[in-house]
Design a protein around this ligand. Structure first.
Ligand SMILES: [Zn+2]
Length: 70
């Protein structure tokens, strides 16, 4: 028996940000309006500074391995 799976999978992009003060890199789920090199008001988990710069946006892909051949 094969358990039913939801075919709809929405990839969740992750926005990586670097603290402008101490350089700590943090990530959070992508928000609309995010783009690379944008300065955002996010609190640094390390020093508490509230300005971070987006250094990259990555899509986390959850690929399922398929053993099916043509
Ligand atoms: Zn910091």
């Amino acid at each position: 028996m094969i358990p039913g799976k939801h075919a709809e999978k929405v990839p969740t992009p992750l926005t990586h940000m670097k603290c402008l003060k101490c350089g700590t890199i943090n990530s959070r789920p992508f928000k609309e309006g995010d783009y690379v090199f944008k300065e955002v008001e996010e609190k640094c988990p390390k020093c508490g500074h509230n300005r971070m710069r987006i250094i990259g946006i990555y899509v986390k892909e959850e690929k399922e391995k398929k053993s099916k051949l043509f």
